[in-house]
Write a protein that binds this ligand. Structure first.
Ligand code: HGY
Ligand code: MN
Ligand code: MN
Length: 399
C-alpha cells in the first residue's frame, strides 16, 4: 500500500495551473473529478465501500454505514493556484491511517468512514464549506442551489450534471446520524508549528470569518475622450476601498481582512469601468468585532464612492462564527498525541461547520513555509508520515 507521501505523489500532476502556479482544482471541474476518481480507486483498493451522498460528499466505509461511526476526512478542491496539501493531505493521511491500522491487525469495534467534502474552498460557487453546510442545513438549500459560478452556471445545474439530483440536495439527517465524532487532519496554514518540536498539533478553535461582495458603480466611458474632471470611475473608488480595508483591519488587533478578488466590468484597457466588484474576506476571534469592522469598511467605502461620483453596495455572502472544537474530544486526542501542542487556526474547515452539530476536532501537520493558499505551501515527507501515524493512533484510540 502506498504511504501518505506516495499517495500525494500519485496526484501531484492533477490540476497543475500553468498560469498561476500551484493547483486549480475547483469543484466539479476535470481536476477535482479526477481526484474523486483517485479517491474511489484508493478506497476500494483498501476494501472500503465508497458511496456519494445527495450533496456530493464521498464516504468510504470500513464496516457497514452505521449511526455513531467515527468519521475522518477533508477536501480535494483547491483555491485557484493553491498548494498541494490544503485538503489532499487530510484525505491521503486518512487512507494511509487505514493502512497502518490494518497492518496492526486492528479491527474497529465501530465503523470508520473516510469522507471527502466538496467545495470546501468556495472557489467556484463563492460559499466556503458548501458540502458540509448543505449536509448540516447550515445553508438555505435554495440559496445554495442558486449560487452561480463565473460562467453563470448555477450550483443546481452543475451538481445535476455531475450525478446529483438537485431535488434531493439539502440537509441529510441520516448521514448526520452516522457521524459520532469527526476528526480532520489538515496542513497547518500559518506559522503555528515551527521548525523544531512536534510535527503535529491539536486544533482548539477556528477564527470567525465571512465573505462580502462590494460593488462600486460609476459611469462607463471612453478612456480617451473623457476628461479627467468628467469621470465617475469605480476603479478609483475600488482602489481606495482596498486601502481602507487594510487600514481598518490594521487598527484592530487580531483582525484580518483581505481583498483577493476584484473584477472590473467590462474590463477593457481603453474603457473606464462602469462597475467594479470586489470580494472582502474578514476575520476576527470576536464576531461582534468582525461586524464592527465591516461597518467601518462600508462607511469608508460609501465616502470614497461618493467623492468619486459613484455608488456602492455591500452584500454578505457567507459567515461562520468563531468555533471552539469539542473539549472532550480534543482532550482525548491530546492524550493520544503526547507532546502535541494545541493550536488555534485562522483558516476555515469543514470540521468547523460540523463542530456546530457533532463532536469535532482537528489535527494539524507542520508547514515550515508558514504559507498556504499558494504554491509555496509545504509539508516535509517525514512530517506527512508523522501526521498519518498520528491520525492512525488517534483513530485507534477513539474507535
Ligand atoms: O478560507 C479558508 O479559511 C479555508 O482555507 N477555506
Ligand atoms: Mn483546507
Ligand atoms: Mn484552504
Amino acid at each position: 500500500m502506498e504511504t501518505v507521501n506516495q499517495l500525494l505523489s500519485s496526484i501531484q500532476d492533477v490540476g497543475r495551473d500553468a498560469v498561476r502556479g500551484g493547483y486549480s482544482r475547483a469543484v466539479y471541474t476535470t481536476p477535482e473529478l479526477d481526484l474523486r476518481q483517485w479517491f474511489v480507486e484508493q478506497a476500494q483498493h483498501r476494501g472500503l465501500d465508497v458511496e456519494t451522498d445527495r450533496n456530493g460528499i464521498m464516504w468510504a466505509w470500513w464496516g457497514k454505514p452505521q449511526e455513531g461511526a467515527l468519521v475522518t476526512g477533508s477536501h480535494l478542491d483547491s483555491v485557484p493556484g493553491g498548494g498541494a496539501f490544503d485538503g489532499p493531505l487530510g484525505v491521503a493521511s486518512a487512507l494511509a491511517a487505514v493502512d497502518i491500522l490494518k497492518a496492526r491487525g486492528f479491527q474497529p469495534p465501530r465503523s470508520l468512514a473516510v469522507t471527502v467534502f466538496p467545495e470546501e474552498e468556495g472557489s467556484r460557487f463563492g460559499v466556503a464549506c458548501l458540502g458540509s453546510r448543505l449536509l448540516t442545513g447550515a445553508i438555505d438549500t435554495d440559496k445554495a442551489l442558486n449560487l452561480r459560478d463565473i460562467n453563470g452556471d448555477t450550483f443546481a445545474d452543475v451538481a445535476g450534471a455531475n450525478g446529483l439530483d438537485p431535488r434531493h440536495i439539502g440537509p441529510d439527517p441520516v448521514a448526520m446520524a452516522r457521524i459520532g465524532d469527526f476528526v480532520e487532519l489538515h496542513v497547518e496554514q500559518g506559522r503555528g508549528l515551527g521548525q523544531d518540536g512536534p510535527a503535529v498539533a491539536v486544533g482548539s478553535s477556528i477564527l470567525g470569518h465571512g465573505r462580502w461582495k462590494i460593488s462600486v458603480s460609476g459611469q462607463g466611458n471612453h478612456a480617451g475622450t473623457t476628461l479627467m474632471a468628467d469621470r465617475a470611475d469605480p476603479m478609483v473608488a475600488a482602489a481606495q476601498i482596498v486601502l481602507a480595508v487594510r487600514e481598518t483591519a490594521a487598527r484592530q488587533p487580531d483582525a484580518r481582512a483581505t481583498v483577493g478578488r476584484l473584477t472590473p466590468v467590462p474590463g477593457g484597457t481603453n474603457v473606464i469601468a462602469s462597475r467594479v466588484d470586489l470580494w472582502l474576506d474578514a476575520r476576527h476571534p470576536d464576531d461582534a468585532v468582525t461586524a464592527q469592522l465591516i461597518e467601518g469598511i462600508y462607511r469608508a467605502a460609501q465616502d470614497v464612492a461618493a467623492a468619486e461620483g459613484c455608488t456602492v453596495t455591500l452584500t454578505e455572502e457567507s459567515y461562520s462564527d468563531t468555533v471552539h472544537f469539542d473539549a472532550g474530544l480534543s482532550r482525548r486526542i491530546t492524550g493520544l498525541l503526547p507532546g502535541a501542542p494545541v493550536l488555534a487556526t485562522g483558516a476555515g474547515h469543514d470540521a468547523g461547520v460540523l463542530a456546530g452539530y457533532v463532536p469535532s476536532a482537528m489535527v494539524f501537520v507542520r508547514n515550515p513555509s508558514g504559507i498556504s493558499h499558494s504554491p509555496e505551501e509545504y509539508v516535509a515527507d517525514e512530517d506527512a508520515s508523522a501526521g498519518a501515524l498520528a491520525l492512525a493512533d488517534v483513530l485507534e484510540g477513539l474507535l
